[in-house]
Ligand binder design. Structure first.
Ligand SMILES: [Mn+2]
Length: 290
């Protein structure tokens, strides 16, 4: 196969009917605090993905055969509620058609639009969030639509939120957590150095999930190119191992997921390659699951 297109994995175009997965690039950045550059994330992931092997030795299959369609990028030329509405509109029809929607960020706020579209189809959706940060502030730098408020907005919708890898919160967030039962935090300090995957998996109820993966969940030594890097993150194998065991559970269904906050420093770095591979591994687990 000649893998030269701008699609994910450089795959040839596939008709929508033949695609179980749709990739939606969202090169949006408005509120990143520390290192800018997340708007370049989608392009960098797509470029790196062309160099991934299509065969997955762990699954002994070629997951791309489930059908992956890369959609044109949605570029929100607006902020706040308008921005999330524009992303939601772009994603909604694919959730309705039962495609697994995969968002490529962009800063973490793009998840709000994807989550909104997902919840219209699946009102009982659970959210699984990987992040170094609580993102539970009511407002940050004057806006409710900041990367620092994403989990708070998701929690306000009434769905259950499970966040792992958290190692940076403020006292306002801690207070919010004390009065809130539907948000469950897996603190990084309790996960570190332990086989956290099994314990975390056990706490997650059966149901349909949306996964949002902020790459700063990973340790800066494996993922240096991110908006707000935090020490004490997680390694590749423990993360992939958890994802495999969780996603392939017979009582769990993944409606969509996103990978956000990649801030590539150069056009081709190991960080972009990692993000592309993470996405392809998740695609493999979903298509090999039920
Ligand atoms: Mn974060």
């Amino acid at each position: 196969m000649n893998r030269t297109t701008r699609n994910f994995l450089g795959l040839p175009d596939v008709p929508e009917d033949n695609a179980r997965f749709v990739i939606l690039p969202i090169p949006f950045e408005a509120t990143t605090s520390c290192m800018k550059g997340t708007a370049k994330g989608p392009e960098s992931i797509l470029f790196a993905s062309r160099y991934l092997e299509l065969y997955d030795e762990e699954l002994d299959t070629e997951p791309f055969t489930a059908g992956i369609k890369t959609l044109p990028a949605v570029i929100p030329d607006c902020k706040g509620l308008k921005m999330t509405a524009k992303i939601s509109r772009a994603a909604e029809e694919y959730f309705k058609k039962n495609k697994t929607v995969i968002g490529l960020g962009g800063e973490h706020t793009v998840s709000l639009g994807l989550f909104d579209a997902c919840r219209k189809k699946h009102p009982d959706i659970n959210v699984l969030c990987f992040d170094a940060h609580g993102d539970l502030r009511d407002k940050y730098e004057g806006t409710k639509f900041s990367h620092a408020c994403v989990s708070r907005r998701i929690a306000e919708s009434g769905c259950r939120l499970f966040s792992a890898g958290i190692r940076s919160v403020c006292s306002e967030e801690k207070e919010f957590l004390q009065n809130n039962k539907q948000v469950k935090i897996f603190w990084a300090y309790r996960m570190a150095g332990k086989k956290w995957g099994t314990a975390f998996n056990k706490t997650l109820p059966s149901g349909t999930y949306y996964i949002t993966f902020d790459v700063d969940f990973l340790d800066p030594s494996v993922m240096p190119d991110t908006g707000t890097p935090e020490p004490g993150g997680f390694q590749w194998h423990e993360t992939i191992d958890f994802l495999k065991n969780f996603i392939m559970r017979s009582d769990v269904r993944i409606a969509g997921f996103d990978v956000v906050e990649l801030s590539p420093s150069k056009r081709f770095t190991h960080s972009s390659f990692l993000a592309a591979k993470l996405i392809y591994k998740i695609i493999g687990f979903i298509s090999s699951g039920r």
